[in-house]
Design a protein around this ligand. Sequence first.
Ligand SMILES: [Zn+2]
Length: 127
Amino acid sequence: MVIRMRHTRAHTRNRRSHHALKETSLVACTNCKGMTRPHHMCLSCGFYKGRQVLDLSSLKVARDARMKAKRERIRAESGVTPTAAREEAPQLSAGEVKEEVKAKTARKTTRTRKVDGASSAKTKEEN
Ligand SMILES: [Zn+2]
């Protein structure tokens, strides 16, 4: 079977030579001196051509209030007060976690010991 539509490596590479992404060019904002895209409003202060076109600070305040209200609504719906949640799931320090792991491994070893004890008990009965 002949691959009729096959391109040579040179053909493929020649095509892909134009696929690289260009580095984005940035200019300094005239108001806050931050880097922003040319011919675009500054995303940190909302200025364009020396004029405020969007009040980003008030939008941020409104967004923060909205998010806070949402957080409180979720908390109320779940019926868990923040203090109760903390008491239910106490934060363990690294040392406490290690102790817990030790306790778990100790439980495992006691299981094996029980088996050993049973076998030793058998041996005692045999004796
Ligand atoms: Zn700016």
